[in-house]
Design a protein around this ligand. Structure first.
Ligand SMILES: NC(=O)c1ccc[n+]([C@@H]2O[C@H](COP(=O)([O-])OP(=O)(O)OC[C@H]3O[C@@H](n4cnc5c(N)ncnc54)[C@H](OP(=O)(O)O)[C@@H]3O)[C@@H](O)[C@H]2O)c1
Length: 262
């Protein structure tokens, strides 16, 4: 059985999809886990499965990360329990498919909190402690949606662009500190994401869809190898490069076509 390494990994959005896969990978490496999402029932199931299969402890935290206070509450609660986070995986997130003027401000702000504000807050809260100890790693889950503007996924794409740029700049700033930040940018992956985004009519769903376990493994390994960026899948790597080379108006037109309804 796995040897418990006595360290803790904090993983947001670990009730299903990529977060659940990250949780298993960290447990396999002997990390105790703090798993966060809104759904206690699903988190309890993950806790039971992981504690049965790996020699690690799992703490469940039920939080709605759309709430501006959630990152601070997680930090205070773990501090009170003397849980020292050595690995942070900012994974929770979702998209909304649709034209921006048809999405309410409240819905957009909730998304921006989950996909952008909360990961930035958690990163900043734990980064300080990690740099002080000269040890720690952070994996931020962005998306290939972050490489260009994304009509029909506007706030989502823009939030993921922020996370991508924020993480890459941190990667550079942190050189020599013993702490590192990796950004993983998945393309379309088979999880609960498509259903939650209500994007069944988007052409994106007609592309190659990767397995969650494959994507998580690539991202997790990139973090362990202290890489700056990980784009899982050769087709996604190609897209990320093409969008960098193309003139912005052309990239934008392609992006609209690819994201839009069929
Ligand atoms: N799947 C893709 O095609 C794809 C592509 C690129 C990037 N990504 C990114 O990958 C990450 C993981 O998504 P996924 O594909 O694994 O989707 P998923 O299966 O829908 O899982 C999303 C996770 O985030 C949690 N979550 C969502 N809203 C939350 C909130 N307000 N508060 C707390 N937790 C919340 C969900 O838990 P509860 O519902 O229990 O709260 C769930 O555990 C996201 O950041 C997403 O943007 C996914």
């Amino acid at each position: 059985m796995t040897k418990n390494n006595g360290k803790y990994a904090l993983i947001t959005g670990a009730s299903q999809g990529l977060g659940y896969e990250f949780a298993k990978l960290a447990a396999q490496d002997g990390y105790n886990l703090v798993i966060v999402s809104r759904t206690k029932k699903k988190l309890d199931k993950v806790k039971k499965e992981i504690e049965k299969n790996y020699n690690v402890k799992v703490k469940v935290l039920v939080k709605d990360l759309a709430k501006p206070s959630s990152a601070g509450e997680i930090f205070s609660s773990l501090k009170k329990d003397k849980i020292n986070v050595e690995m942070l995986i900012n994974n929770a997130g979702y998209a909304r498919f649709g034209l921006d003027h048809k999405i309410s401000l409240k819905d957009d702000l909730n998304l921006i909190h989950v996909d952008l504000m909360t990961p930035v807050k958690l990163t900043k809260l734990y980064l300080k402690l990690m740099v002080k100890k000269r040890s720690g790693m952070i994996l931020n889950v962005a998306s290939i949606a972050g490489f260009q503007p994304m009509p029909y996924f506007n706030s989502y794409g823009a939030s993921k662009s922020f996370i991508l740029n924020f993480s890459e700049a941190l990667y550079n700033e942190l050189k020599g500190t013993g702490v590192h930040v990796t950004c993983v940018c998945p393309g379309v992956t088979k999880t609960g994401f498509i259903k939650r985004a209500k994007m069944e009519k988007s052409r994106l769903t007609k592309q190659i869809i990767m397995k969650a376990s494959t994507v998580a493994k690539e991202g997790y390994r990139a973090m362990l190898k202290r890489k700056r960026l990980c784009v899982p899948g050769i087709h996604n790597k190609f897209l990320s490069i093409v969008h960098k080379i193309l003139p912005r108006p052309v990239a934008l037109r392609i992006s609209r076509f690819v994201s839009g309804p069929y």
